[in-house]
Ligand binder design. Structure first.
Ligand SMILES: Nc1ncnc2c1ncn2[C@@H]1O[C@H](COP(=O)(O)OS(=O)(=O)O)[C@@H](OP(=O)(O)O)[C@H]1O
Length: 241
């Protein structure tokens, strides 16, 4: 089985940085690549079934060079764990190329075959990492063995907290972000000459209802044993109690 990496997510820019010259070049590609909105499951499905993946503007194909490769890393979950933010912030890095929408290959569209899947991927040059994210893989029993039969070396990333992996050079820092009060989380700053949105889509940053202390207490009690199991499995105490 491919081994999952449990990612601690704080989104305080653990993404990593190259010098100014390179930065100026890839600022241009950020403008093209950031999706205007998040792809919901329904949108994903429509796109994959009917409209043709390759033509949809969320799919990040910014050049005709390079080759389409299977992902070297897949964000497999957890749902609502900030997986979109992680992918969008990672793909700011020039060495990361990612599919904008969720491919749902290993859960819904497996019968379409590996060539179909690879064709969804953006082209990469030597040294670039292909990535995708589909958080429902985490709750799909068949997903791990399916990924394994595609490639034994693909890294599976589960967002827990703090992305800290992949060995990328330091390119993205705090200066690329601002704290958006309305959303309640960091967004990418607008590059010069761009009018494209820099924050995640409407479905992210929902207002949450007040949760009474008693309910929180009961939820903590309920999840405690599962959290303990998880700490044992990962060898790390996340201190969620
Ligand atoms: N930068 C940053 N820091 C912390 N939290 C963030 C960040 N960006 C997004 N979010 C929150 O992540 C929630 C969405 O997670 P996902 O993108 O994994 O959702 S999905 O499963 O793909 O639908 C969603 O939470 P809710 O708004 O509570 O639904 C987002 O607000």
């Amino acid at each position: 089985m491919p081994s999952p990496l449990y990612i601690r997510q704080s989104f305080r820019s653990k993404l990593f940085v190259k010098e100014g010259k390179k930065l100026a070049q890839w600022n241009g590609s950020i403008v093209r690549e950031l999706p205007e909105r998040d792809a919901t499951d329904v949108e994903d499905e429509k796109r994959q079934r009917g409209l043709g993946y390759g033509t949809y503007n969320n799919i990040s194909v910014s050049n005709n060079f390079g080759t389409k490769e299977f992902p070297k890393a897949i964000i497999i979950g957890v749902k609502k764990g900030g997986t979109r933010a992680l992918l969008e912030f990672l793909r700011v890095h020039p060495d990361v190329r990612a599919v904008g929408a969720e491919p749902h290959f290993f859960d819904r569209f497996y019968e379409k075959g590996l060539q179909w899947y690879r064709n969804l991927m953006p082209r990469t040059l030597d040294g670039q990492i292909t990535m995708e994210k589909t958080p429902s893989y985490f709750i799909t029993r068949e997903a791990p063995s399916r990924v394994f039969s595609m490639s034994r070396s693909t890294k599976l990333i589960v967002v827990v907290r703090d992305p800290d992996f992949l060995g990328l050079k330091r390119v993205v820092t705090n200066k690329h972000f601002y704290f958006n009060q309305t959303k309640g989380f960091p967004c990418l700053k607008k590059p010069e000459g761009s009018s494209r949105p820099r924050c995640l889509g409407k479905s992210k940053g929902r207002p949450h209802p007040h949760t009474p202390a008693e309910v929180l207490h009961r939820l903590r009690d309920f999840y405690r044993p599962f959290n303990m199991k998880f700490y044992q499995m990962t060898g790390q105490d996340f201190g969620w109690d």
